[in-house]
Structures are given as C-alpha cells and as structure tokens.
Write a protein that binds this ligand. Structure first.
Ligand SMILES: CC(=O)N[C@H]1[C@@H](OP(=O)(O)OP(=O)(O)OC[C@H]2O[C@@H](n3ccc(=O)[nH]c3=O)[C@H](O)[C@@H]2O)O[C@H](CO)[C@@H](O)[C@@H]1O[C@H](C)C(=O)N[C@@H](C)C(=O)N[C@H](CCC(=O)O)C(=O)O
Ligand SMILES: Nc1ncnc2c1ncn2[C@@H]1O[C@H](COP(=O)(O)OP(=O)(O)OP(=O)(O)O)[C@@H](O)[C@H]1O
Ligand SMILES: N[C@H](CCC[C@H](N)C(=O)O)C(=O)O
Ligand SMILES: [Mg+2]
Length: 485
C-alpha cells in the first residue's frame, strides 16, 4: 500500500521525503522491523521508541513516524512528524487493514469490572441468535468459532486491526470488544469506528498507571467523548460515575438501571446460587448468572442488543440460557457438600461484590472461607483494602500469592496484612504457596461451607519471579473435591 494512503486521516506536522512509496508492513517495535516497512516511534512507560529509529533504518525501514525528527536524516527514508505517534499508529493500522471496523458493528465495553462478562455474553448471545460475530476479551478472542489467544484485554492497534480484518473476511457482522483504560490512554483504539459504547462501573483500580482517580475516570470518559454521533452510548445510571461518562459525548445517550427509572430498567426478584430471577422491561425472566452485579451485566447486554435492533423476546430467551464467562463466579459443589467458587475479583469492589453476593444467598450458618492474593507490579494501594474487604465479609481468610511477577511474594503479603485490623486478625492465615492455601481452605471447610478463591479466575498460570508456570484455581479445587468423594 502507498505510504500516503496509510497516512490518510493522520494529522501531519512535518514531512521530509516522499509519501508516494510502497509500504509492506507497519511496526512499533524495532525488533520486528522489516525491509520496506514503516516504523512508528512511541514513547512508552519503560523506553522511548525514538531511541531505536537508526536501528530500524539499518533493518531496512523506509519510513519513520515520530514526535521529533532525529538529528540527522537519511535521504532514502521518509520522516513524518506527528503530535502523537501512538494515536497515528491506530489510524495507520486501520488504513493498512482496509478500515475493518467500518465494515462491522463494533461495540466497545469499558468500566472497572464487568467488561469481560458483558462482552462475552454479547458475543455468545449474537452467535446464538445466528449472527457471525467476533470477540476481543481478556480471556480469549474469537472470530466466529475460532479461538485466538488473548495477550491483553485490548490488543495493540496492529494486532487489533488484523483481528478485525479477519472478522470481516470471515463474514462477521458484529464485534464486541473490551476497552481497557490502558488502551484508551495509550491510544490503542484510535482510528476505530464504533457503533456503540457501554459503561459498567468505575471503582478503585490501576492507580499505579493512571496516578489519580480523576485521570482513571478521564481515560474511560475519553472513549465516550470520541464516539461519533451515529453511535449509542449506554451507561449504568446506578453507578455514581455513570452520568459523568456521557457528559460530553455526541453519541445517542441511553441508560440502564436496577434502582431507578432508565431506558432499560431491571429489577431483581430473587437471587440464588442457581441463578437470578429478574423483571427486565416488564418481562419476567430467569437467568443462569448469579449475583446482583450480574443483574447489571445482564441489563447492559440486554440494552445493547435492543440498541442493535434485536427483538426483545428473542434476546431475553437466548440470554436466559447463557452461562457466565469462565472464572467469573465459577461454581462447583463437592460430593461432601462443600461449595467452591472461583472468581476473577481482583479489585476491592469486585471482592466486596462477590462476597456480598455470597452473603445474600447463603442460608446463614455456613462459613465463608476466602483465599485471596494481590498481583505484583500492579497498583499497591489496593492491597490492604482487598485484605480488609475479604476479612470484613468472610469467616476465615487465607492470604496468599496471586501473580507476584517481579516482586517478592512476602512483600505483597506484608502490604495486604496492613489492611487486617486487630479484630480481624484471628480470622486470618497467611500461606504464600497458593496451592497449599487452597488445600488448607478445603481442609477447614465442612458441609455447606463456601470457599471463595479470588483473583485469578480463568488464568491458567502463576507468574513468580517473571516465570509463568501452569496453575489453575478451578483445576486444584476440582481435584480436591473429587479426591474427597
Ligand atoms: C504498562 C503498559 O500498558 N505497557 C504496554 C506498553 O508498553 P510500554 O509503554 O512499557 O512500552 P515500552 O517498553 O516502554 O516501549 C515503548 C515503545 O518502544 C518500543 N520498543 C521497545 C524496546 C525495543 O527494544 N524496541 C522498541 O521499539 C516498544 O515496542 C514500544 O512501542 O505498550 C506495549 C505495546 O502495546 C504493551 O504490550 C504493554 O503492555 C504490557 C505488556 C502490560 O502488561 N500491560 C497491561 C498493564 C495492560 O495493558 N493491561 C490492560 C488491562 C488492564 C485491566 O485489567 O483493565 C490491557 O488492555 O491488557
Ligand atoms: N458489573 C459488575 N460490577 C461489579 N463487579 C463485577 C461486575 N461484573 C463482574 N464483576 C466482578 O469483577 C470480576 C471481573 O469481572 P470481569 O472479568 O467481567 O471484568 P473486567 O472488567 O473484564 O476485568 P479486567 O479489567 O480485569 O479484565 C468478576 O470476577 C466479578 O467478581
Ligand atoms: N488485567 C488485570 C488482571 C489482574 C489479575 C490478577 N490475577 C493479577 O495478576 O494482578 C491486570 O493485568 O492488572
Ligand atoms: Mg476483562
């Protein structure tokens, strides 16, 4: 493709060299530079792509997009100066792959918790209703029934647009994707053409990256601010930040809620371990998903499907058959009657939601035993809060390791323990080895007791000292449950 075609829609500040040359590939990682390609220099959190420009030219790159020109320019290379190379990369990746997002109805889901659940339910709903569709999520990506492993919640612009291209080529009409706050801040979604945006909720997370809650809120809001007039913006009216999200959007503003009047109004009639009984837009429906937080997810999915012009009863019927996403309130019962729940709750709010759901459903006398850790190289301020929430809502808590990554597991546990109040300390055990922690919870549990293993959900690994080894909470729990029978 011609360089000038790839640059269509990019704000150019300065160009040195010809834009009428054939380009074979795009890359933002110097290690992937290929002859006849274009390199986009991005300033990241660890290094600055500008430092690698000469290396990429040595590897055969013929065009460079950057925020500052290098001191000396090579005659055969075209240099393009832009205000924000990361944003330019999004637009260029979209052009390079033939603007696939315009050929699909693309819906983005953002918020602290619920993105994977909402996007996955939407994907499965539309597949069940007979549509060809794609999914971009934390757990897995899908092109119809083909699974593409996920590396990020929201992939980088090149991987993202390539996947969208594959969806269009496979005949997909819809794509449902998670939009993480990192992706918005790093312009990974720049250049995409959205048909709709959905907001779940906003609570404490990622303050290591966004520094303040306002910056975190700003990243989520920027997604809605950039939606076109033709799109819809669907928000959760019961969330304190739900209205703020839509303040400056040009899209059609729509709302869902359980506690007040909204465009899409739901009500929980009953909430059991077997599922939710709800009234949705005046229809009485049973769902297999558990917990009041899932009632919100259901309303978000229902509202989106209606805004995508689907038939109300068809949507509710298909939705009532769906199971939750893997590792989200994933429920098993041992032969001896111990209940195990694996859940991806890894923020204070999510932990509280899962535990309050358990409290609301349990009959009264059963113990709730929570096994929980916090990830390394991630927001440290959430550690004591998560430990405190776990203690406040459980009878016993086993503090353990999640993914320590490059951190010392004991240091993470120390941070968590600062959230254990003296009155809660008698409830707490600290067992760094996660498998041992789950085993101990199992040995402490009797008939009817509930073990919550929180934080890792669907993850099939544990990362300690930068090394990933196979680890699966559900597998360990199931093995213990089977041994006992
Ligand atoms: C903190 C963060 O978001 N980091 C992402 C970011 O990396 P970075 O800013 O550290 O990049 P960098 O290493 O400083 O490099 C800057 C630039 O120089 C380039 N480079 C670097 C080295 C080199 O030798 N040559 C070279 O060209 C890099 O390719 C990059 O373009 O840009 C990279 C390329 O897109 C991402 O892969 C990387 O994700 C890392 C792996 C990551 O763990 N991200 C997590 C935190 C994340 O994004 N999570 C969210 C979900 C969060 C949630 O749960 O809500 C997600 O969307 O997955
Ligand atoms: N609507 C919701 N409100 C609050 N908590 C929720 C909601 N939906 C799910 N949760 C809780 O949050 C956890 C994560 O849910 P989910 O994976 O759907 O969210 P996510 O936004 O995709 O998270 P991540 O950003 O880590 O990918 C679940 O395991 C559950 O405990
Ligand atoms: N997408 C989130 C998931 C965290 C899950 C938890 N298991 C951890 O490793 O901290 C992140 O990268 O922050
Ligand atoms: Mg997710």
């Amino acid at each position: 493709m011609q360089l000038k075609e790839i640059l269509y829609g990019v704000q150019l500040l300065e160009v040195s060299g010809s834009t009428e040359k054939e380009i074979h590939s795009l890359c933002s990682d110097s290690r992937k530079a290929a002859p006849g390609g274009i390199f986009i220099a991005i300033k990241g959190t660890l290094s600055d792509g500008h430092a690698f420009i000469s290396q990429t030219i040595a590897a055969g790159i013929t065009a460079v997009v950057c925020a500052q020109f290098p001191a000396s320019l090579q005659a055969e290379v075209t240099y393009i100066r832009v205000p924000e190379p990361a944003a330019a990369l999004g637009i260029m990746a979209s052009n390079f792959y033939g603007q696939p997002s315009s050929a699909l109805k693309l819906v983005g889901v953002t918020g602290t918790n619920g993105k994977t659940t909402i996007a996955t339910l939407l994907f499965r709903l539309f597949r069940d209703m007979g549509y060809k569709a794609g999914l971009l999520s934390t757990v897995e990506n899908y092109v119809n029934d083909r699974v593409v492993p996920a590396t990020h919640t929201t992939p980088d612009p090149l991987a993202l647009n390539l996947l969208l291209r594959e969806m269009v080529d496979a005949g997909c009409d819809y794509c449902f994707m998670e939009v993480s706050s990192h992706a918005v801040a790093q312009h990974r979604i720049s250049g995409l053409s959205f048909s709709g945006g959905v907001f779940s909720n906003l609570t404490h997370d990622h303050l290591d990256f966004h520094k303040t809650f306002d910056q975190y809120l700003g990243a989520k809001k920027a997604f809605f601010d950039a939606l076109p007039k033709s799109a819809f913006a669907l928000t959760n009216l019961d969330d304190r930040n739900g209205v703020v999200m839509l303040q400056n959007t040009r899209a059609h503003k729509k709302t869902y809620a359980l506690k007040q009047l909204a465009d899409f109004k739901g009500k929980i009639l009953d909430n059991q371990f077997t599922g939710l009984h709800m009234e949705v837009d005046q229809e009485d429906v049973y769902f297999r998903l558990v917990g009041s937080f899932n009632a919100y997810n259901i309303m978000a999915v229902y509202g989106t499907a209606i805004l995508l012009e689907q038939d109300k009863l068809g949507v509710l019927t298909a939705l009532s058959r769906l199971q939750g996403a893997e590792g989200r309130f994933d429920y098993t019962v041992s032969a001896a009657g111990v209940i195990g729940i694996v859940d991806y709750a890894h923020t204070p709010d999510a932990v509280q939601n899962v535990l309050s759901t358990i409290q609301n459903i349990r009959k009264g006398t059963e113990q709730v035993i929570t096994v929980i850790g916090c990830g390394g190289d991630r927001d440290k301020t959430k550690r004591p809060v998560m430990a405190q929430v776990a203690c406040d809502w459980s009878d016993k808590v086993i503090l353990t390791s999640d993914n320590p990554r490059s951190e010392d597991p004991q240091a993470i546990l120390d941070d968590m323990q600062t959230g254990v109040t003296p009155s809660n300390s008698r409830k707490v055990l600290v067992i760094s080895d996660r498998k041992e922690a789950i085993k101990t919870a199992f040995h402490l549990a009797g008939k009817g007791d509930i073990i919550l293993v929180a934080g890792k959900g669907h993850e099939k690994y544990q990362e300690i000292n930068g090394v990933r080894k196979h680890f699966d909470d559900k597998e360990i729990l199931t093995e213990l449950f089977n041994q006992a029978s």
